[in-house]
Structure formats: structure tokens, C-alpha cells
Write a protein that binds this ligand. Structure first.
Ligand SMILES: Nc1ncnc2c1ncn2[C@@H]1O[C@H](COP(=O)(O)OP(=O)(O)O)[C@@H](O)[C@H]1O
Ligand SMILES: [Mg+2]
Length: 354
């Protein structure tokens, strides 16, 4: 009998998306084919402590009781079974997880892991950097101005004038780094821009002021390394004014259409754009690419890319793959294969260099 592959799930984490990470990790744990994979569970507390635990759970007390261990440096050190795995699977959403930090740690440790590397993760997390790169590749993004808190403090009048002259209302004001719609305000009146910026600056020192797009919100799952593939698209129909935090995690009244039927031309275009965005942003493994389809013009805009998208049983990423013929357990196998393949390629490149 062949040996099982040991997968270490890393979940929890220091971001506002701690809870959703637990639910994602539980779904992944449940759907990993136990005839092929052994599972280790590493819980990162909100404070950033690493704990070996039985498995993902919503019982925070139980998770907190896990044995704390240090994780650096780990190559060549006998750290004990909880840290020793064949491949690592960060299931951490938002800062300190989806942003390249843990990917850097895993690179330093020289171990295979699932998903995007340092650059792809960092770009995916920073909406301003991602937009610049996408624009540079000729890909359509929503018109926006990037405002630094320091600059705004120094000369608010000039920047407010620029916003007024260059972007029509309504506007969306958001922190450059974050997810879950935290810190995002829809602004219908110019006089409300300073308050919206103040809200965004509570979460990041850089904010984006975007033209509000009227239309539909479409999402696509991308999977692969050098030759990524796109799933069928899905649609999110927010219950509220926009897909805000309450809509995402509190009310549960959002409608998801999985998959969504689109005109053949739009379908081909959205899949092409999703794959192009994935490549432009140096992603690997997986990403969910989110779009706006503008009413009237039928133009597609890439809104953002998520390199560790929600991965619960009802999340868009796995559901879109299931609708495209790849069920959850097979999707996980594919992601693990891709993680190993990326590791092998990187190692080969580095060795060639020596
Ligand atoms: N430019 C925009 N035009 C229209 N709606 C927007 C715009 N930007 C954001 N939104 C709304 O706000 C939601 C959250 O914004 P998003 O940029 O996706 O941030 P997050 O990373 O928090 O998901 C979107 O799903 C959408 O409903
Ligand atoms: Mg979003």
C-alpha cells in the first residue's frame, strides 16, 4: 500500500476573517480523501501563536488549549509530529495569511505548500498594486484614484478636488488591503468623501476611491500553475445596497447563482480575462477572480482577485468547480498536486542557478 500524504492545514490567524477561516478549514478537513491523505491541524490564534490541535472547530476554547510550539527555523530540526508534513495548506483569509507573509515563511522553510507564492499573494491582497499590474497588462479595471493617508492629511482640499473632477458619483471608498467588505463605503454625495476616507484609513494607510459600477457581480474560479483553467462563472446578487459585511456574513440573504448563464461571447470573455488576470498577478494554485458586468454597456471589469477565497461547503470557489465537473475532494487533490508541482519547479530553478 502506498503511504499517505501528510497535509498540514493552517487556519485561524490574525485577521478579521479568523472565523471564516475555521469554517473553510473544517470543510477542507472533511473533504480531504482520508484514504490518500493524513491531516495535521495547526491553529493560529488571534494573537499569532501557533498551536497543534486535533482539527478545525468552532470551539475556540478547545483550539486555544492546543500545545503552543515555535515554528522558526524548522528545516532540519526535530520539531515534533505536528509541524512535520509533506505539504502545508494555508487556509487563512486576509492579512497574515493571504498576503504573502506565511508564504514567505513556508518558502524559508523550503517546504511545499498549496496556493500562490509570495508575489501573487501580496499582489492579490493589495487592491492598488493589483490594479496597477492589471492595467499594465491591458486588462479592464474600474477607474480609481489611490489616496495615501499622509497626502490627504497634508492637502485634503487638493485631493478632494481631484476626486470631484475625475470620478463621477456614486463612489466606492475602500482600504487597499483587506477583505470581507470591511471599511468600504458607498458614497452618493461628494461631501461624504472625507468621512468615507477616514473609515478606510482606520484599516490601511492607503485607500482607493473608485467609480461605482452599476451592474452585476460575477465570479470565476481559476485553478492551475503555468496553464491555469477557469471554471464556469457564478453571480452574487447582494441583498443590500452592495455586497457589504452584513450581506456576506450576517444576514445570509445574498443570492448565489452557480453557475450563471451568460451570452457565449460574455462567457468566453470572462474566462479569458480571469485566466489573464491570474497570470498577470503571478498567481499559482488557485484564485477567485471577481468582476463587474456593467449595465447598459455590457463591459466587464476585473474588481479583485482572492488567492485564498472562502472555502466553506457553500463558498463560491469550490461550488463553481463542482458545477464545472470537479467535486470538492478532487479539487483538493488537484490543489495539492499543484502545490507539489510548484515546489519541484522552484527547486529545479534554484538548483539550476547554483
Ligand atoms: N467600484 C465599485 N462599484 C460597484 N460596487 C462596488 C465597487 N467596489 C466595491 N463594490 C461593492 O462592494 C463589495 C466589496 O468590495 P470589494 O472591492 O470586493 O472588497 P472586498 O475585498 O472587501 O470583498 C463588492 O462585492 C461590491 O458589492
Ligand atoms: Mg470582494
Amino acid at each position: 500500500m502506498s503511504q499517505k500524504i501528510e497535509v498540514a492545514l493552517i487556519f485561524g490567524g490574525r485577521s478579521a476573517e479568523h472565523e471564516i477561516s475555521l469554517v473553510s478549514a473544517a470543510a477542507i478537513h472533511k473533504n480531504l480523501d482520508k484514504t490518500k491523505f493524513g491531516v495535521r491541524s495547526i491553529y493560529i490564534t488571534r494573537q499569532g501563536l501557533w498551536k497543534a490541535v486535533e482539527g478545525p472547530s468552532n470551539d475556540i476554547g478547545m483550539l486555544e488549549a492546543g500545545r503552543a510550539f515555535s515554528f522558526l527555523p524548522w528545516a532540519g530540526r526535530d520539531e515534533g509530529p505536528e509541524l512535520d508534513a509533506d505539504i502545508y495548506f494555508p487556509v487563512l483569509h486576509g492579512p497574515y495569511g493571504e498576503d504573502g507573509t506565511i508564504q514567505g515563511l513556508l518558502e524559508m522553510a523550503g517546504v511545499p505548500y498549496v496556493g500562490a507564492g509570495v508575489l501573487g499573494s501580496a499582489l492579490g491582497m493589495d487592491k492598488s498594486a493589483a490594479k496597477s499590474i492589471l492595467r499594465d497588462h491591458g486588462l479592464p479595471v474600474v477607474p480609481c484614484l489611490v489616496i495615501r493617508e499622509e497626502d490627504f492629511r497634508a492637502d485634503a482640499g487638493r485631493l478632494l478636488g481631484r476626486i470631484r473632477r475625475s470620478l463621477p458619483l456614486p463612489l466606492f471608498v475602500k482600504p487597499a488591503n483587506l477583505g470581507s467588505s470591511v471599511g468600504i463605503t458607498k458614497v452618493g454625495d461628494s461631501k461624504d468623501v472625507p468621512a468615507a476616507l477616514a473609515t478606510a484609513f482606520r484599516y490601511d494607510t492607503t485607500a482607493l476611491v473608485e467609480k461605482g459600477i452599476r451592474g452585476r457581480e460575477l465570479e470565476l474560479s481559476v485553478l492551475g500553475n503555468e496553464t491555469p483553467e477557469a471554471s464556469l462563472p457564478g453571480e452574487v446578487i447582494p441583498f443590500r445596497e452592495f455586497y457589504d459585511y452584513n450581506d456576506k456574513y450576517v444576514d445570509g440573504k445574498t443570492t448565489f447563482v452557480i453557475p450563471v448563464e451568460l451570452a457565449p461571447r460574455t462567457l468566453a470573455r470572462i474566462r479569458g480575462l480571469g485566466i489573464a488576470a491570474f497570470k498577470a498577478l503571478s498567481c499559482s494554485g488557485l484564485a477567485r477572480v471577481d468582476f463587474f458586468l456593467e449595465k447598459g454597456t455590457n463591459r466587464l471589469y476585473i474588481n479583485e482577485i482572492n488567492t485564498i477565497p472562502g472555502f466553506t461547503e457553500i463558498s463560491m470557489y469550490p461550488k463553481l468547480w463542482a458545477a464545472s465537473g470537479l467535486p470538492f475532494p478532487r479539487l483538493l487533490e488537484r490543489l495539492i498536486e499543484l502545490g507539489f508541482a510548484r515546489h519541484r519547479n522552484r527547486k529545479a530553478c534554484l538548483e539550476r542557478d547554483r
